[in-house]
Design a protein around this ligand. Structure first.
Ligand code: C2E
Ligand code: MG
Ligand code: MG
Ligand code: MG
Length: 280
């Protein structure tokens, strides 16, 4: 099993490594119970139309408040969940919870709110994934067109053909697809043009490099132009300042996401934002 594989990887070379691995095991044990202990929750971060206060969509971001470790970053526990296979049940929990909130907001605000939901490689490659998703859509009766799944290019590396097939099945269900973290991997836009994405999300690391090196501005401008010629809409992620906002806006991005506009917020706080701002 994935768990015994994980355990077999513990080779005690020195105390430091031993210590690290023991913590990993404890973290894994805790993560295994996170759903039943009710320790998982969702945060939500608006994706705004550029030069506007209108919200285009909201990204769903998972949070884990462990009784043992306190708040654990998804950057730490998502890879662990992937490694151990726990991502399959956790990912399903995220989808159910996101849909619950989506239905509540539809009632409460009488407006359909688009949700962007992150998926993991192990999750989409699970043999039951698309069947289970179809079942969830049937039971919950939500409009799949209101959901965009965020996929990273690294998820396509292991088996491109298999990945492409699953993305096709998702599109057939009516959901949208976003390419997350663009600019961190190695693939060019042209190598991705045969995949059914509607949205390209430019990674924060790319945005951060902009002010430092002028050539990057020209590269980003070219990426945005090429994305548009491929009928992709572009989100700039991780916008933290007015300067960054103005720069990416001038380069032609369609949507803005970042701490500068609104950080990820818990359910009750994002609802306050909805009350204050126009939804599109
Ligand atoms: P991501 O999908 O690229 O999500 C964007 C990350 O950037 C989030 O980190 C968000 O909180 C953070 N962020 C947003 N605006 C800013 C900003 O202006 N400055 C900075 N420094 N950060 C900003 P978070 O919430 O810690 O999530 C990290 C990663 O964990 C996500 O990156 C995603 O890959 C993964 N993740 C989160 N939730 C889920 C989930 O439900 N399922 C899966 N499979 N992965 C998830
Ligand atoms: Mg994302
Ligand atoms: Mg991203
Ligand atoms: Mg990501």
């Amino acid at each position: 099993s994935a768990k015994s594989e994980g355990r077999n990887r513990i080779h005690i070379f020195n105390d430091q490594i031993k210590h690290h691995n023991v913590n990993q095991i404890k973290l894994e044990e805790q993560l295994r119970h996170a759903i039943e202990y009710d320790e998982l929750s969702l945060h939500f971060q608006p994706i705004y139309f550029v030069n506007s206060e209108d919200i285009y969509a909201v990204e769903v971001l998972l949070r884990w408040n462990s009784r043992e470790f306190g708040q654990v970053s998804p950057r730490d526990f998502i890879p662990l969940a992937e490694e151990t296979g726990l991502i399959v049940s956790i990912g399903e929990w995220v989808i159910y919870e996101a849909i619950r909130v989506m239905k509540k907001w539809k009632r409460q605000f009488d407006l359909p709110i688009k949700l962007f939901i992150n998926l993991s490689s192990r999750q989409i490659n699970h043999p039951n994934f698309t069947r289970e998703l179809r079942r969830i859509f049937d039971i919950t009766e939500i409009d799949p067109r209101q959901i965009s799944f965020e996929i990273t290019e690294s998820m396509m590396i292991d088996n491109f053909d298999q990945g492409k097939k699953i993305l096709g099945q998702l599109i057939d269900m009516g959901v949208k697809l976003s390419l997350d973290d663009f600019g961190t991997g190695y693939s060019s836009l042209s190598s991705l043009r045969h995949l059914p994405f509607q949205i390209l999300k430019i990674d924060k690391s790319f945005i951060d490099d902009l002010s430092a090196v002028d050539a990057n501005v020209a590269i980003l401008k070219a990426i945005i132009e090429m994305a548009h010629s491929l009928d992709l809409l572009v989100v700039a992620e991780g916008i933290e300042s007015q300067e960054q906002y103005d720069l990416v806006a001038s380069l032609g991005v369609d949507f803005i996401q970042g701490y500068y506009t609104t950080p990820p917020l818990p359910e009750n706080k994002i609802e306050e934002v909805f009350r204050q701002r126009t939804l599109s």
